[in-house]
Design a binder for this molecule. Structure first.
Ligand code: BES
Ligand code: MN
Ligand code: ZN
Length: 525
C-alpha cells in the first residue's frame, strides 16, 4: 500500500522550488525499524501495549524507568539505535491519540524535523492511528518544516523532502491522510502569499496567483480590472484603491464540483495588499505587518488550492477585492461620501477602516450567485486581536446553523474560532448625518461594529464573517503568516459536500451528479 503525493510549494522567484513528498505506508514498529531515513518519529499514545519488536521494548523500558512520559509532546531523543535504520529516533508521547494531541506531539519534535540534515522523516504510530490524527500529524510536519524563501538571496530552503507516514491500518486513515496532504498544499499557498512583501504581492500579482489555480481540475478564474469594477458601481472599493498607483483587481474564482443548479458557498477574502491607513495614516511601529492585510484573500486562494486536490461535491465561488490603501493627492479623505454597489451611501470617517469598504461591494456582488451561504474572511480589526488574541478567530453570523457549522469545522481542524454577538444596538454608532452610514463607530466593541457594517450588505442570505486579525499571522521573532483559516474553511466545505451527497443519496430523483468524480491530481503552483 503506497500513496505518493507531490506537493510543489508555491513558486519562488524563478528559483527551483522545494518539493515535499508524503507517502502513506503500512508499517508496524518492526518494519519501521528498517525504514531508511534521517529521523524516525514514533508516536506512542497513552495505553500503549508494547509488541515483540525492539522499538516497543525500548519504549517500554524508558517508560518503566521514568525517562519517557506519554503526555502529548513529551519526548526521548535517541541516536544510532542498534538494529534501527534511522540515524535519529524520537519516541514521543501521543497523549490521548486525538488530532490535537498528535499535532502537539509532532510540533514538539519540530526542531528535529526542521534540522538542516533532516531530509527524510518517517512518522509512525505504536498501535492503530485515527484518520484525524494522521491528517493532523501530516499538517504538523509541514508546519514545522516550512521555510519562507522567496525574497532571500541566500536560500536555506526546507531541508525535508520526504515524509513517510507509517500506520498499521492504512485503509482506515487514507481519507485523513489525503485531507492532510491537500491541506498542506492549501495552507502553504496561503502562507506564501501572506508572507510576500507588498511589493512582491501587488493586486496584479495576487490575481496572477489566482489564475495559476485555474490549472487545477474544475477551477476557473476571472479577473476584473478598474474599468469593470467602475461599471459594476463598486464605489466603496474604488474609494480605497484611488490613493494607490497600483491598479485594483477584483478576483473571481469558481470551483464546480456539484450540479450546476446547486447553490454555491461564496467565500469573500479581504485583499488589502498593504494598509498604510490612507490619510488616517497608521503610526510607524509594526506598520510593515500590514503587508499581511491580504491574509483573508490568501486563505481563499489556499482553500481553492486544497479544493483542487480534494475535488469534493460542492460548488464554491471565491471573491477577492484586492488593492492597496495609500495616502496620496487623489486618496479618499475623511468625511468623503461614496456610493456603494448596493446603492447605500457611506461617509468615510476613517480611511483606515478600509477593509469593510472593499468587502461591502464584494458582498453585494456575491448575491448574484444566489448563494447557499456567504463567508467573508478578513484581517478586519485590531479590536478583534484585543478580544480574542492569537488563539481563536472572531466568528460573526446572522444564521445559527452556519455559525455552528463553522465553529465545529474550526474545532475539527485545530483552527478554532469563537462566536461574537451581532445585536442591532451595536449598529447605533454607525449613524451618519451626511450618508446612510458612517464607516466607523468609535472604539468600543470595534470588531462587532465592523461586523454590523458588513451585515448591512448581506440582506437575508446566510452570512458569516471571520475576523482573522489575530490569527492570520504571528509577530515578533516568529513573524510570519500562519495559513489560517484554510483548515477551518476546507473542513467546513468538506462537511457541506458530504451533506450534499447524503441528500442526493436519500432522494434518488435529485441532481444527476451527486458526487464529484475523482479526477487525476494536477500539478499546480
Ligand atoms: N487591517 C487593519 C486591522 C488590523 C490592525 C489587523 C492591526 C491587525 C492588526 C484594519 O484595516 C484597520 O486598520 N482597522 C482599524 C479600524 C478602526 C479605524 C475603526 C483598527 O482596527 O484600528
Ligand atoms: Mn486599515
Ligand atoms: Zn486593513
Amino acid at each position: 500500500m503506497h500513496l505518493c503525493v507531490r506537493i510543489k510549494v508555491q513558486g519562488a522567484l524563478k528559483r527551483k522550488t522545494p518539493i515535499m513528498n508524503f507517502d502513506l505506508k503500512t508499517l508496524d514498529l518492526t518494519a519501521a525499524a528498517s525504514e531508511k531515513c534521517d529521523l524516525l518519529v514514533v508516536l506512542i499514545p497513552e495505553g500503549f501495549k508494547p509488541g515483540p519488536d525492539a522499538l516497543s521494548a525500548l519504549a517500554a523500558l524508558a517508560l518503566k524507568n521514568g525517562d519517557l512520559s506519554l503526555k502529548a509532546g513529551k519526548q526521548l531523543q535517541l541516536y544510532q539505535v542498534p538494529a534501527v535504520a534511522a540515524r535519529r529516533v524520537v519516541l514521543v508521547g501521543g497523549g490521548d491519540g486525538s488530532a490535537r494531541a498528535s499535532r502537539q506531539a509532532v510540533l514538539a519534535v519540530g526542531g528535529a524535523i526542521k534540522a538542516p540534515h533532516t531530509k527524510r522523516v518517517a512518522l509512525c504510530w505504536a498501535g492503530a492511528a485515527s484518520a484525524d490524527a494522521v491528517g493532523a500529524a501530516v499538517q504538523a510536519v509541514a508546519e514545522a518544516s516550512y521555510v519562507y524563501t522567496t525574497t532571500k538571496s541566500k536560500v536555506e530552503a526546507r531541508s525535508l523532502s520526504r515524509c513517510v507516514v507509517g500506520v498499521s491500518n492504512v485503509a482506515e486513515v487514507r481519507d485523513g491522510f489525503d485531507n492532510g496532504v491537500a491541506l498542506v498544499a492549501g495552507v502553504e499557498f496561503a502562507r506564501e502569499w501572506g508572507n510576500r512583501p507588498a511589493n512582491h504581492a501587488t493586486p496584479s500579482l495576487l490575481a496572477d496567483a489566482a489564475k495559476t489555480l485555474a490549472r487545477l481540475p474544475r477551477i476557473q478564474c476571472k479577473v476584473h480590472g478598474p474599468a469593470e469594477v467602475s461599471r459594476l458601481g463598486m464605489g466603496a472599493f474604488m474609494a480605497v484603491a484611488r490613493g494607490s498607483e497600483e491598479p485594483l483587481r477584483f478576483i473571481e474564482l469558481r470551483y464546480n464540483g456539484a450540479a450546476k443548479d446547486k447553490a454555491p458557498v461564496v467565500l469573500v477574502g479581504k485583499g488589502i495588499t498593504f494598509d498604510t491607513g490612507g490619510i488616517s495614516i497608521k503610526p510607524a511601529p509594526e506598520m510593515d505587518e500590514m503587508k499581511f492585510d491580504m491574509c483573508g484573500a490568501a486563505s481563499v486562494l489556499g482553500t481553492f488550492r486544497a479544493l483542487g486536490e480534494l475535488q469534493p461535491a460542492i460548488n464554491v465561488v471565491g471573491l477577492i477585492p484586492a488593492c492597496e490603501n495609500m495616502p496620496d493627492g487623489r486618496a479618499v479623505k475623511p468625511g468623503d461620501v461614496v456610493t456603494s454597489m448596493s446603492g447605500q451611501t457611506i461617509e468615510i470617517l476613517n480611511t483606515d477602516a478600509e477593509g469593510r469598504l472593499v468587502l461591502c461591494d464584494a458582498l453585494t456582488y456575491a448575491a448574484r450567485f444566489k448563494p447557499a451561504a456567504v463567508v467573508d474572511i478578513a484581517t478586519l480589526t485590531g479590536a478583534c486581536v484585543i478580544a480574542l488574541g492569537g488563539v481563536r478567530s472572531g466568528l460573526f453570523a446572522n444564521h445559527d446553523g452556519l455559525a455552528a457549522a463553522l465553529h465545529g469545522a474550526g474545532e475539527a481542524a485545530q483552527d478554532p474560532c469563537w462566536r461574537m454577538p451581532l445585536d442591532d444596538d451595536y449598529a447605533d454608532g454607525l449613524k451618519s448625518n451626511f450618508a446612510d452610514m458612517g464607516n466607523v463607530a468609535g472604539r468600543a466593541g470595534g470588531s462587532i461594529t465592523a461586523a454590523k457594517f458588513l451585515q448591512k450588505f448581506v440582506g437575508d442570505t446566510p452570512w458569516a464573517h471571520l475576523d482573522i486579525a489575530g490569527t492570520a499571522w504571528r509577530g515578533g521573532a516568529a513573524k510570519g503568516s500562519t495559513g489560517r483559516p484554510v483548515g477551518l474553511l476546507v473542513h467546513y466545505l468538506l462537511g457541506q459536500a458530504q451533506a450534499n451527497v447524503g441528500k442526493a443519496a436519500s432522494a434518488p430523483r435529485a441532481a444527476a451528479k451527486p458526487a464529484a468524480k475523482r479526477v487525476p491530481r494536477a500539478k499546480a503552483a
